[in-house]
Design a protein. Sequence first.
Length: 193
Amino acid sequence: MKKIAATLLVSLACAGAFAQNAPAPLTTQAPAPDPKAAAAARELLDAMNYRATTAAAMKQMTNNMPAMMRSGAEGSIRNNPKLSEKEKADKLAELDKMVPQAVNAVKKVLEDPKLADEMMAEVVPLYARYFTADEMKQLATFYRTPIGKKSLQVMPQLMGEGMQVGQRVIGPRINKLMQELNQQQLNQQQSKK
């Protein structure tokens, strides 16, 4: 049961990592940006309708989460050579019970009304680090145009579908790798006997 829960959470974490090539997380908080840059970043986030866009992205992620979690965990179960067909069926039945529980737990985190404000407070210094105040004003102007508004409107859908593509393309490779690792582990255990 614990292994399935861990696999579910790893699957969720990996899905985001596969969806984008992100740098390592920051270990310290960025210094406070210049007040002009911070104001420009807030103006940009306002033009981007950041709160609503973040909420839509979280909703899209929540919608995709059951399939992502199930896919990763199911691959681990099906490719585990140590399990008999009966054990695999039992684990898959257990998985069917665990996925909704895990999704509901993560959903509560993602639906926290404070989440967007907390993220916005952390994102302002990021934008100020990579863009000048003038560049952020230009971006804000773009996002207020019809094509800018459209790009913001479809971005959560694009991200969600991009995650599904990543899952579809990378999933079989991960499953194959897990199968190989399980087989190596089984071979090592047999050679110790």
